[in-house]
Write a protein that binds this ligand. Sequence first.
Ligand code: WTA
Length: 636
Amino acid sequence: MSNYHIKNLEEYFQIYRKSVQNPEAFWEEIAEEHFVWRKRWNSVLSWDFSKPEVKWFEGGQLNITENCIDRHLTTRGDKTALLFEPNDPAESAQHITYMELYRQVNKMANVLKAQGVKKGDRVCIYLPMIPELSYAVLACARIGAVHSVVFAGFSATALATRINDCDAAIVLTADGSFRGSKSIDLKGIVDKALEECPQVTSVLVAQRTSSNIDMKAERDHFMAPLLEAASDECAAEVMDAEDPLFILYTSGSTGKPKGMVHSCAGYMIYAAYTFKNIFQYQEEDVYWCTADIGWITGHSYIVYGPLANGATTLMFEGVPSYPDFGRFWEIVEKHKVNQFYTAPTAIRALAKENISFVEKYDLSSLKVLGTVGEPINEEAWHWYNNNIGKKESPIVDTWWQTETGGIMISPIPYSTPTKPTFATLPFIGIQPALMDEKGEEIKENQVDGRLCIKFPWPSMARTIWGDHERYRQTYFSAYENSYFTGDGASRDAVGYYRITGRVDDVIIVSGHNLGTAPIEDAINEHQGVAESAIVGYPHDIKGNALFGYVILKDEAAKRNPDEMRVEINRLISDKIGPIAKLDIITFVPGLPKTRSGKIMRRILRKIAQKDVSNLGDTSTLLNPEVVASIRDIVGV
Ligand code: WTA
């Protein structure tokens, strides 16, 4: 039995037991036998959740790109590493071999060096899903620069905030991006963002749409000629195990995004090990994750996890609805995809369309189906299982977070019996706990609680960039000696976990985490707005949709309400991005508040969900009468 590759349920239980009884010996063996190091570590793990401080493989040295690329060259040099499928199906797919990836990454690394980028510097990457995005990420890792990928759907303001938070002096972008029938002016967004980022001295621009863009002299350079001229050899920087590999921003319950910092060694080991087992990847397989590399799912399961295993990883530029709703399945047939990993929101959207979009294609190559990002409802699970997997490909419902770096709770396909809506069992090395209201761990089964993790795992985020205290506060202060996930969960009679959703002020819309605070901040910037509160309500495709309660100032209240709605959504789109636009905007005379002035979101949530059967005691509110007027306006 190899501890690296779990083949059945019995092995899972055995390996799991080892991994929690003696975590250090367990992870040491995985690290030693399956990765290449420049120098061996002195200690496997040291940790203290009260600080919090977690270190894995301290003293060890390595470079993740040597693990993801160089070591495969002798045996897999001609194997496709990246399989790029363009937005337009008429454009040919690109098969980028490990050898070609090696060259391109080294070229990009040399270009970055020539721009003055050094180990430890932050590089902001704002690129669409084109091969240059993968090259850029890996090139940073090659030279020890810390990449901060910002999803190319974020607005100029959101981009500027992220560039400034980590003080990046260089931005990698493209002229534009293709998204279905649309193209988006990325360079224009970058130009606007950089008006607020005086420290940025260099912008490298990939050409994708060949659109007309402004190039600022000295600052802006096209990537292609620089890459062309650069050497395709670049020695990998030797990194300490705990050096930061990347920063990735996630929404929090206050306005500022949290720059989660991931380490080199622990992240690599856990991303690789989970990938191997949760997708049961075999040497000839073609694996496809539909996420964008701008999210953690893309970092861990398009780039690092697959490449560390020498896999062929498909990267798709487009959207599931272009040129029609059969695109995903067309790609599965065309490239004979074996593992397919997507989000419940995509499944729900496609399930709404005519089944002929699925039936046209041969999906018999599929062996494993995955979901991630939000709870999958039973109906969507069955649709996926029946129509895509034909009841033969197990579904792995994978629960994890930007903060966890890798999948934490998931079935192992062909080993763990699946159960719709349950993420099932903790992955190897993961020690979950459910906590009650008083902060005590609930040991029994068939209970609900708040989901925590009691023991460190290699790929946990080490800090929030520039704000360690916020990291402690957010994740380690609610429960003693435990990492708090922010999610609620239940555990069934056999110990399977079901994630029920966020218990904080984060709302997951179409798989994207959105904090209510930044959206409210954006709305409140409107001159006509006095105050606002955002809550989520169930939506049959997006999972959750956003409901905004807005108090207008007197002058604005006289204006056309639909115009006000358009302006408010435009403002949100500008400040955050179109993904954060509100589905419903209701103008109200006041918001229910506690005597200490806190908005009672629970009540607003119930009203938005049109479930007022159990509003609880409203008499303790500062302004109980406002509840009745809001109900009147909403009509519940
Ligand atoms: C939610 C995405 C239910 C959860 C990798 C978590 C899920 C948040 C699942 C993290 C799942 C993710 N079932 N809920 N399988 N996977 N979530 O940081 O609320 O974008 O806390 O990472 O998504 O979202 P993030």
